[in-house]
Design a protein around this ligand. Structure first.
Ligand SMILES: [Zn+2]
Length: 264
């Protein structure tokens, strides 16, 4: 159990970051899981170690948060270790934006549609696939791009406060090819009210990447994509001020900066 305690000692992450947790395999360990942010997070075995990824939501309070790791020794029972993750505060600026009024004052049918789609995406994000589909590092979905903007910004649309911006906006003109950031299964590929043409990829372990405002979608739900597969073309569909790629990542429902995945 010392390995467990060591693995979860001294962990720290900023608001809106993904964090990898790994420790060496010990004889007899059949399965490992963590409890983090009221979610159960499975570990996967990768040769001689166990690993997983947890997410710190951009609105998680700064300070210490409990992380419980439980190793299952089969017939020999389970052992638990509790540690703390130190969450550090990050400053997120406020952005004022002007969009078509229909995206701020919704018609009754659009309100109904947006609510239905929010329920649908909430079900996707709440699903933690107990496998890790990827083995290579995550990559930026626009060739040549090295940064994005606006992650975590508090947003005011046409003078009205709305949810914080949960992804990174990447410069991309309409028609720019967009590639899967890593291996995973397409779980949604269609037009959404706010997001426009959207592709959601399940990478396993509760890690999802999303690609929004596309002009064209080139994949279908259920498809397993290799890292770097062309999934669509950038555009300006949905609630936007112009063409770009909105790249978002959820880790067990936590909204994290996609660029924080690159360091895993
Ligand atoms: Zn965006």
């Amino acid at each position: 159990m010392n390995e467990l305690l060591l693995a979860i000692a001294g962990l720290s992450a900023a608001q809106g970051e993904a964090l990898e947790i790994a420790f060496p395999h010990a004889p007899g360990v059949a399965a490992v899981q963590a409890e983090w942010n009221e979610q159960r997070v499975p570990f996967v075995r990768d040769e001689d170690r166990w690993l997983t990824v947890i997410g710190v939501d951009l609105d998680t309070a700064a300070g210490e948060h409990a992380l419980v790791v439980e190793a299952d020794f089969g017939a020999d029972g389970k052992r638990r270790a509790t540690g703390q993750v130190e969450v550090t505060a990050k400053q997120f600026p406020t952005t004022e934006l002007t969009v078509e009024p229909g995206y701020v004052e919704l018609s009754p049918e659009n309100q109904e549609r947006a609510a239905r789609e929010a329920r649908e995406t909430a079900v996707i994000y709440a699903t933690v696939t107990p496998e890790r589909f990827w083995s290579e590092p995550f990559a930026v979905p626009v060739r040549g791009a090295t940064s994005g903007s606006n992650f975590g910004h508090r947003r005011v649309f046409n003078g009205e406060g709305r949810d914080p911006h949960s992804g990174a906006d990447l410069r991309a003109t309409t028609g720019t090819p967009i590639y899967a950031a890593n291996r995973g299964r397409v779980v949604l590929a269609k037009d959404l009210f706010f997001s426009g043409n959207a592709v959601f990829i399940d990478h396993g372990l509760g890690v999802y990447s999303v690609y929004l405002h596309l002009s064209e979608i080139r994949v279908v739900p259920g498809e397993m994509l290799e890292k770097g597969t062309l999934l669509g073309l950038a555009g300006a569909t949905g609630r936007v001020t112009g063409p770009h790629l909105h790249w978002g990542v959820r880790v067990q429902n936590a909204r994290v900066d996609p660029f924080s995945l690159l360091a895993l």
